[in-house]
Design a protein around this ligand. Structure first.
Ligand SMILES: Nc1ncnc2c1ncn2[C@@H]1O[C@H](COP(=O)(O)OP(=O)(O)OP(=O)(O)O)[C@@H](O)[C@H]1O
Length: 232
């Protein structure tokens, strides 16, 4: 479980996250929406200790993320808007294996995790493919596999559909739903709610660094017109 308590993040004089309180229990599929510049990326980067709070704190399974970033990153997997930003190896298999190797796991366990993660994103048999030769949707699925190979409690995806065509979006989306059904908590950051509004257990809307909506989809839907995140 992740708890965010009175989190404040400033870039110089500008406050990007302004006193956010939030609880993300295990096993929920949550969508975080909000207009451009509302602070979504800044907020989620705190959840796996890529940033340190100016005020407040983030607790991951009861431990303060900023004080134990390794524990936070083990429990919270994350993918970036451009999956290529996260690739560390030339081939799919080597990239997905990188995290488990850094944990110092036995070879058999690393192989098991890589196979399992590639199965989970429907990329089995693609371990020897070069990551730079994949389509955008396949690259996003490999990035998700890389996060999954760490067997995180939470998976956070920053704009996983950006730049993907409709079939690729659909496929990534179906994979995320399946992961959530299997018990991984999923937090999807998006400013496009078309696929998500009904599938989510809960919808969060960030506006000017503050949580403006935190509600189940049927209640959130009525409030989206106030923000620039309305589904068509
Ligand atoms: N490294 C940085 N230095 C200075 N200001 C920043 C930095 N990163 C973000 N900001 C500013 O902080 C605010 C929040 O940005 P952030 O990227 O977290 O929002 P976002 O909701 O993810 O936006 P988008 O949907 O456009 O990705 C914006 O005003 C942005 O310009």
């Amino acid at each position: 479980m992740i708890r965010v308590e009175r989190l404040v993040h400033r870039y110089g004089e500008a406050t990007a996250v302004d006193g956010v309180n939030l609880t993300l229990p295990d096993g929920e599929y949550v969508v975080l929406a909000g207009p451009n510049g509302s602070g979504k990326t800044t907020l989620v980067r705190h959840l796996n200790a890529l940033l340190s709070p100016d005020e407040g704190r983030v607790l991951v399974n009861g431990t303060e993320a900023a004080e134990n970033p390794v524990a936070a990153r083990t429990a919270v997997g994350m993918t970036f808007q451009d999956p290529r930003d996260g690739f560390v190896a030339a081939t799919v298999g080597a990239d997905v294996a990188f995290g488990p190797e850094n944990l110092g796991l036995a070879h058999e366990e690393i192989d098991r995790r890589v196979r399992h993660a590639l199965d989970a994103v429907n990329m089995q048999g693609r371990a020897d493919d070069r990551v730079d030769a994949l389509s955008g949707g396949e690259q996003m699925r490999v990035a998700i596999a890389g996060a999954l190979a760490m067997e995180p409690d939470h998976l956070i995806l920053d704009e996983p559909f950006a730049g993907l065509d409709w079939p690729a979006r659909r496929e990534v989306f179906e994979r995320l739903r399946a992961l959530a059904r299997d018990g991984t908590a999923v937090l999807v950051v998006t400013h496009d709610l078309r696929d998500h509004i009904d599938a989510a257990d809960r919808v969060l809307v960030l506006s000017a660094g503050e949580i403006a909506v935190d509600a189940p989809p049927e209640q959130a839907r009525d409030r989206l017109a106030e923000f620039d995140v309305r589904p068509p």
